[in-house]
Design a protein around this ligand. Structure first.
Ligand SMILES: [Zn+2]
Length: 327
């Protein structure tokens, strides 16, 4: 299976956080692993994307050292391998890992080292996406993230992204950042159409992105859906997270099947495995139970993911062949 939209910090196994905290001498406000799990998981009645984002503080606290980053990456990938994943793009924002003196480059190198160790001798391939963060006072940090993406492109890193509070910091403010990425020849995806509406998606497309993080709110604008189809823009939907962050009112009105019918390159992903207590298998089951997803539709979602991966054409064809054999 394939996951193109998976955040490192929001997907850290609870056990890894517990063990890393002990190892690094970090005091957690939890007395047991069960208590810790409760603190790291988004409640069912989560109010908004902003409340959802608050769940990242604990995992981030153990991801401030080279060892913490490398070992946690290994733990996460071991879980993905055990679930039969064949390809994943794991994303994180290097600028959120500098609290104990690391540079963005140290963070990227540690994450790459974790990927290399975890995938050694395995059939699964993992690449990293480096997230810039929405904000108003981090222009330099974001440019550095784009530069790091360029420096490590094809060496463990495959693209950059823009994450964070979409409704507070509008997509239109990041035109210069993505002009810089385009100038450096860096591929990118952009979180858009999650907490903000069609305008955010239109701005992201105007920056030349070929992929959108979520993009579910495109459903509010019929002409935009046509534009996404005609331009073969990939939508990285994450159904369970989309319900929790209120990107959709409920799963019953999630547009993923409508997008499939319209011929959009829509994919299914987890977003945050721990915060949303999910896996790719759970996402698919969630769609079967609530939207009657068929096996053919499931296969199409995976084929779309294979076609949209930040890989060479030959590698993408290889993934498609594997999927056709499995499903
Ligand atoms: Zn995301």
């Amino acid at each position: 299976m394939i996951d193109l939209h998976l955040h490192f910090d929001g997907s850290l196994p609870v056990k890894s956080v517990w063990e890393q905290a002990k190892k690094q001498g970090i005091t957690l406000a939890a007395a047991s692993m069960d208590e810790l799990r409760e603190m790291m998981v988004c409640p069912v009645d989560c109010k908004s994307l902003n409340e959802y984002l608050e769940k990242f503080d604990i995992p981030l606290s153990v991801l401030q050292t080279r060892e913490g980053i490398k070992e946690s990456m290994e733990d996460l990938i071991a879980e993905l391998i055990s679930e039969g994943m064949i390809y994943a793009e794991i994303r994180f924002a290097p600028q959120l890992h500098l609290q104990k003196g690391l540079t963005q480059e140290d963070v990227v190198q540690a994450a790459i080292a974790g990927v290399e160790t975890a995938t050694l001798g395995q059939e699964m391939k993992v690449q990293l996406i480096l997230c810039c963060m929405r904000g108003s006072d981090n222009v330099d940090a974001n440019r550095e993230t784009v530069l790091m993406t360029s420096k490590y492109l094809g060496k463990g890193v495959c693209a950059c992204d823009l994450a964070g509070a979409e409704a507070l910091f509008k997509t239109e403010s990041f035109a210069d950042l993505f002009a810089y990425a385009a100038e450096l020849g860096v591929p990118y995806t952009i979180h858009a159409g999650e907490a903000d509406g069609p305008k955010s998606i239109k701005d992201a497309i105007s920056f030349g992105t070929k992929r959108l993080g979520h993009g579910v709110r495109a459903a509010e604008d019929a002409s935009l859906v046509t534009e996404l189809m005609e331009n073969e823009i990939t939508l990285e939907c994450c159904p369970i997270s989309n319900v929790q962050t209120k990107a959709v009112v409920s799963i019953e009105v999630h547009p993923i099947k409508e997008f499939l019918y319209r011929g959009l390159k829509v994919t299914v992903n987890t977003d945050n495995r721990t915060v949303s207590q999910t896996t790719i298998a759970k996402e698919i089951q969630f769609l079967r139970d609530n939207l009657g997803l068929t096996v053919e539709e499931e296969r199409q979602l995976y084929l779309n993911a294979a076609e949209s991966a930040f890989l060479t054409k030959k590698e993408r064809e290889g993934l498609k062949n594997v999927i056709t054999k499995i499903i």
